[in-house]
Every structure is written in C-alpha cells, then in structure tokens.
Design a protein around this ligand. Structure first.
Ligand code: ADP
Length: 441
C-alpha cells in the first residue's frame, strides 16, 4: 500500500495559485481572441468606409466638374444676354439715359453720345440736369426744379413731354428740339432712379412747319374767292343790283351766312399758322383790359339775350393799364366768353371777372354753369382741332381751334391759361396776364 505523501500547505497554495493563473490566462486569451475578432471587424469596416469615401470623393469630383461646366455655360449665357441687351440699347435710335436717385448719370447709350456729343466716360457719375441743359422754344433755360427728371425723382409717376417742345444743348453748345419720356426706376416701392428716353424731332418739326406753311398759303388763296362771294351776296341782299324775291333773299342769306362762317374759319386757320410759324405780329400797347372785356361782352349781347343767359360781370376798379397786344388779348377774351355762352344751355349763368393778384398778375376768370368737359377728355382740350364728345352731339358749332389759339397767345404774353370743369355742372377758365404796369392817366 502506497502511503500518500503529505502535501505541505505551501505547495497546495502554489497549486491553487497556478490554477488561478491558468484560469486568468485562459480568460485573457479569450478576451484577446474577442479583441482580435473585433479588430478584424473594425479593420473591415474601416476598409468599407475607405472604399465608400473613395466613391464619394469621385462623385464629388464629378459633381464639381459638372457644376463648373454649368456655371461656365450660365456665365456665357448671361454674358450673351447682357451683350444682346447692350446691343439693343445701343442700336435704338432714341437717346437713353439712366440716372440714380440723385440724378447722376449711370448709363447712356450710343444714340445719347451721338445726339449730344458727350462720351460715356466723360459724364458718368455727373448730374444729367447740369450736363445737358434744357431750353424752351424762346431759348430760356428750364429751371432745375421744373425739369421733368427732377419731378420724376421727386415722386411723380411718369412724365411725357411731347406737346411742349423743348431743346437740349449739345456739348458744343448747339441745340436741337427734343421730345422725351421719363419714368422712375422703382425698387422695393422706392424710387431709386429714373430712365429718360428722348428723340431728336428736328425732322418732325420741319414737316410740321411745311404743313403749317401749306395751310397758311391755302388760307390766303381762299380769302380772295370768299371775299368775292361775300361782296356779291351782300350786293344782292341790299337790292343794289335789283329787287330779289323773299325766297331768293332767304337763300342769299344762307349763302351769305355760310360764307361768313368760312371766312371766320379761314381767318382762324391763318391765326394758327401765324402762331406756329412765329409770324404773328405783336403790337404792345398800354391796354385797358376792363374796357376790352366790356366791349367783348357787348359784342355777345345778342346771343346772351337769345339764350336767356344771366351774365355776371365783376371787374375790380384798381386794375391798371397793361402793356399787351389788345387785338390778341381781345381774341382770348372773345374765345373764352363765346365758349362759355355756347356751351351753356338756355337760362344758364356766365360770369366774367378781372382781379389783381398778389404776384403782379391780372386774373381773368370766366365761369359758366354749362355742359362741362368730361374728365377723361380734359387733358386734350387745348389740342388743335379737339372737340369733346359731349358738345359734338349737341347743336354747337366749332372748330376746336379757339382754346389752342387762346393758350398760345396767353403763354406768349408770359401768362397761363387753365380750367376746372365738371360735366353737366359747368366750367371755369382762368387766364393770368403779367402786369407790365403802366400808370393810368
Ligand atoms: P370750339 O369751341 O370751336 O369747338 P375751342 O378750342 O374753343 O373750340 O374749344 C375746344 C373744346 O373744348 C370745345 O369743343 C368743347 O368741347 C370744350 N370747351 C371749351 N370751352 C368750354 C366750356 N366753357 N364748356 C364746356 N366745354 C368747353
């Protein structure tokens, strides 16, 4: 029988320790295996990520290249549009100028350069109103505040200056007639500048002049035969060349009156052509305008009575003599008063007044309670040959020249003519006449 050797406690302790160590080693080994596996997984994932990144980078490069191409194409397109716009602006025959809020030039086109003699680089950034002075027909410079550009920049919507011809002064100080349209440039509801388009109307003015000369010539030629008809019908009517029957007299009167209307029309046409050709002879004389108005009233007495019009004259007694052409002033008063009577139904009221104004003007006011002028036609009322719809239908005769003549005369004398009117309520015409005062003797 084998006798078991006694194991010392130190040895058993050692064995135990060895066992523990072996177990720990096993655990560590397992852990290492796990870690190794995890590392393998991470490495795989890293590889996947790397590959993905490589793909993304490639895609990005591709995208970048496409984008760059697109940008290039777009830039080219924009450049083309810009050049096209530039070409359009350059090739329009009208002068074009763009200004900023302060009225400084930011763009001019080629026609502007050609018409005014300035080069773009010489005037960019400068004030349009100062670089290009404007004059009226009489060669009087238009004030800064009255320039349409100034008015548009101050908030006026749109201004067209087609009826009142004016002149632009070139770099070399010569001038040419112009018609222009100015519109504001609006951004976020604010005026940030303005665009002006203008045209040299020298040719149109020449054509207009030729037409006026023709009218003048034709009117002169018409006067002689008209005078003959007038002369002989008058002779027949008065019985100077033998008795006429009642019927014949009636017909002769028709001829005489029709001829008289034609004479009036021809004379009016001659006045218009004289105004337009600048050949109207103006003879300034000390004139008693109150007396003149009273004379005109007297000439219309018959119509006033016939139409049962209530006439209300009112003349201030401190009105001095004014230096003006009495013949022309008479035409103004005559036109305005005859209109007031003509365009007022029977039994209506017409008032005529003369008063002194503070600003050294005499103001003539002629008001009526007549048909009035339709609102939508009020802006045309001073245009040659224009007659409003509401009077054409009625039994009123007219040429549409009276107000045009009256306005031209008043403006030539340095005054203003305007009106207020409401359809079916009446009209009031005002004329101011500058007072070149002369002592009343
Ligand atoms: P005419 O009276 O010969 O037609 P005018 O040039 O004097 O020409 O007037 C032009 C137009 O203005 C007239 O046809 C008429 O439509 C309008 N008008 C002028 N004065 C008046 C008035 N007092 N009341 C109403 N309409 C008027």
């Amino acid at each position: 029988m084998e006798i078991k050797k006694p194991i010392t406690s130190a040895a058993s302790k050692l064995v135990l320790r060895l066992k523990i160590l072996a177990k720990e080693k096993e655990i560590t080994r397992r852990k290492l295996v796990v870690t190794a596996r995890q590392l393998a997984v991470t490495a795989r994932e890293k590889e996947i990520t790397r590959r993905k990144l490589a793909v993304t980078a490639q895609e990005l490069r591709r995208l970048h290249a496409t984008l760059e191409k697109k940008v290039l194409r777009r830039t080219k397109d924009l450049e083309q549009i810009r050049s096209k716009n530039e070409a359009i602006l350059t090739s329009i025959g009208d002068g074009l100028v763009v200004v900023d809020k302060e009225g400084r030039i930011t763009y001019i086109n080629k026609s502007f350069e050609e018409m005014l003699g300035w080069k773009s680089q010489e005037i960019l950034g400068k004030s349009m109103v100062q670089v290009v002075p404007r004059e009226d027909q009489n060669g009087i410079g238009v004030l800064f505040k009255e320039r349409i550009l100034t008015q548009v920049l101050a908030g006026q919507k749109f201004v067209a200056d087609l009826t009142n011809p004016f002149y632009y002064i070139r770099k070399d100080k010569s001038r040419f007639p112009v018609s222009s349209i100015v519109a504001p440039v609006i951004l976020n509801k604010k005026v940030v500048g303005a665009v002006e388009v203008f045209r040299d109307i020298t040719k149109e003015k020449e054509i207009d002049k030729a037409k006026t000369e023709f009218v003048s010539l034709a009117s002169h030629q018409l006067r002689t035969p008209l005078s003959t008809v007038n002369w002989y019908s008058e002779m027949l009517l008065t019985g100077d060349v033998g008795e006429v029957t009642i019927d014949q007299k009636k017909y002769l009167e028709e001829i005489y009156n029709g001829n008289q209307r034609m004479v009036d029309l021809v004379n009016t046409l001659l006045d218009v052509s004289r105004i337009e050709l600048g050949t109207l002879v103006i003879e300034l004389k000390p004139t008693d305008i109150v007396k003149l108005a009273q004379n005109v009233i007297n000439e219309h007495k018959l119509q006033i009575i016939e139409k049962k019009i209530k006439l209300l004259p009112s003349f201030e007694d401190n009105i001095p003599l004014i230096k003006t052409d009495p013949k022309l002033l008479r035409m103004v008063i005559q036109n305005l008063l005859s209109n007031a009577i003509k365009y007022t139904p029977d039994g209506g009221r017409v008032s005529i007044s003369l008063a002194l104004e503070e600003e050294a003007n005499v103001v003539l006011t002629i008001a009526d309670t007549g048909y009035g002028i339709p609102k939508n036609q009020q802006n045309k009322i001073f245009t040659k040959l224009f007659r409003a719809d509401n009077v054409i239908g009625r039994d009123t005769e007219g040429t549409g020249l009276g107000l045009y003549i009256a306005k031209s005369i008043v403006e030539q004398a340095g005054g203003k003519l305007w009106f207020e009117s409401k359809e079916n309520q009446g009209s009031t015409f005002y004329a101011t006449l500058p007072l070149r005062k002369i002592k009343k003797h």
